[in-house]
Design a protein around this ligand. Structure first.
Ligand SMILES: *[C@@H]1O[C@H](CO)[C@@H](O)[C@H](O)[C@H]1NC(C)=O
Ligand SMILES: *[C@@H]1O[C@H](CO)[C@@H](O)[C@H](O)[C@H]1NC(C)=O
Ligand SMILES: *[C@@H]1O[C@H](CO)[C@@H](O)[C@H](O)[C@H]1NC(C)=O
Ligand SMILES: *[C@@H]1O[C@H](CO)[C@@H](O)[C@H](O)[C@H]1NC(C)=O
Ligand SMILES: *[C@@H]1O[C@H](CO)[C@@H](O)[C@H](O)[C@H]1NC(C)=O
Length: 407
């Protein structure tokens, strides 16, 4: 008889029996492990369970329905547990199912329906924090301009370019610039977990991401905005000015500092809210519009004045006033309009600044290229560019040999 040295050597009866035994042992072990894990979860003493992915996207794509494999679920729960992210179940926000009774609900897109179900939810677990972005409690830092950039988990390239260009953390003419990306989560199950891990790695490296556990979608932008202001109130209330903008804009942060520094009130303690102003605009009532808003979401037929959300500048004072007011103003999905609504509620006005072009812009002469750095040189902010163009522009406007004729 041959002596077998490896599992897969030959196909003798002995080996096959051994293989079978090994399989049995493996199966038994897995079963035991699964049972033990279940016990651990069931016997959790407090009313705290560890991030349960199965319910976060009710009522549409329930994770559990997509992944009937219990072992997979246990595995992912275990991983969350190891990461130590706790969610207090009694704090989880339940969807408002009564809302499905409003007339026309069935005709709304799944996105609008979803928005309505979760409209009242304002508290989500913070997954990535920046406790010392603005200094420590006992040693706060004098942040002159805080760049608050709306990004999303997948927009890695945008963040990467911004870090190297206009959003670089630095002192400019003695004024401190700090940077924060605000994001939610993307994907479901393993995909979500993977993206979260990537973002966490990025955060470890750059220390510039605030992430909450809510779905990062177009309709959740207002939520993102208000969660940020809540964070700011507790962690960075001393910031003098904020640039609130998208991750695909070109923001001339040098010019911003020059502008803000020369204001009469340049300590951020007075009202300031400037950008590309829309004095009068109307809610879109056509279902095909990206900005469609049914009456149940916004009743009035005209919006208050607001600045286009691609980017606007505001003082720390105004940011905190808006946050306080937001508790009394029901969410609408369009975040820039929502800021206008909060301002109107406290009788403050947003103002226009010529240098901010977020709502479409034109070039003063046909002879000039759209990306002409001479044109950009004097502006504050322009919407919107792919990462490589941002990189190019930032370097060109700083090129000391840049020759600009009069336009
Ligand atoms: C469930 O597990 C089986 C066996 O591991 C696998 O083939 C199947 O794809 C899994 N189903 C899902 C939905 O993940
Ligand atoms: C969970 O939240 C509820 C309501 O806010 C609170 O009363 C309870 O103490 C919390 N439980 C734990 C274990 O933190
Ligand atoms: C919706 O309306 C119907 C009829 O008016 C009522 O019977 C039902 O309880 C309502 N559903 C909810 C969730 O309020
Ligand atoms: C749920 O929706 C109903 C119907 O629109 C509304 O009256 C109620 O205030 C909502 N509840 C919450 C918690 O927002
Ligand atoms: C907003 O985020 C919540 C929490 O993840 C999610 O349940 C909801 O579906 C999102 N809303 C929209 C309209 O995407």
């Amino acid at each position: 008889m041959r002596i077998s040295t490896g599992l897969f050597e030959g196909t003798s009866i002995t080996n096959m029996v051994r293989l079978q035994r090994l399989k049995d042992i493996c199966a038994m072990t897995s079963l035991l492990l699964a049972a033990m894990l279940l016990l651990v979860f069931i016997s959790d003493p407090q009313n705290v369970s560890y991030l349960d992915l199965s319910n976060t996207d009710y009522p549409r794509a329930a994770y559990a329905e997509q992944n009937p494999n219990a072992s997979q679920k246990i595995y992912s729960l275990l991983k969350q547990r190891l990461k130590g992210i706790k969610v207090n179940q009694s704090q989880r926000c339940e969807p408002n199912t009564t809302i499905a009774n409003v007339s026309g609900f069935d005709t709304f897109s799944p996105m609008i329906q979803d928005f309505l179900y979760y409209r009242h939810c304002r508290s989500f677990p913070l997954l990535l924090d920046l406790p010392e972005k603005c200094g420590r409690d006992d040693k706060p830092e004098d942040v002159f301009l805080l760049l608050v950039i709306k990004s999303s988990p997948k927009n890695y390239e945008h963040r990467e370019v911004l870090r190297k260009t206009w959003a670089k953390e630095r002192l400019y003419k003695g004024k401190m610039i700090r940077r924060i990306f605000i994001i939610g989560t993307d994907g479901l199950g393993f995909e979500k977990e993977k993206l979260n891990k990537l973002v966490a790695l990025e955060h470890q490296h750059y220390n510039d991401i605030l992430q909450w556990d809510f779905k990062d979608s177009f309709y959740n932008l207002t939520l993102k905005q208000i969660l940020f202001l809540e964070w700011m109130e507790s962690r960075c209330s001393q910031a003098r000015f904020l640039l609130n903008g998208d991750d695909d804009v070109f923001a001339h942060t040098d010019n911003m500092i020059d502008y803000l520094q020369h204001l009469k009130d340049n300590d951020g303690s007075k009202h300031l809210f400037i950008g590309d102003l829309l004095k009068i605009s109307y809610p879109k009532r056509d279902q095909r519009s990206k900005y469609y808003v049914p009456h149940v979401v916004y009743e009035k037929n005209v919006y208050p004045p607001y600045c286009g959300g691609g980017g606007y500048l505001l003082s720390g004072y105004t940011a905190l006033v808006i946050y306080k007011m937001s508790a009394k103003v029901q969410f609408i999905p369009i975040d820039d309009v929502y800021m206008g609504m909060c301002l109107a509620a406290v009788k403050l006005e947003p103002k226009s600044h010529m240098g901010v072009k977020t709502l479409g812009w034109y070039i003063p002469s046909k002879k000039i290229d759209k990306f002409d750095p001479c044109y950009m040189r004097d502006l504050l902010l322009i919407h919107k560019f792919p990462p490589k163009d941002l990189y190019f522009l930032w370097h060109e406007v700083h090129n000391p040999r840049l020759q600009c004729d009069k336009l």
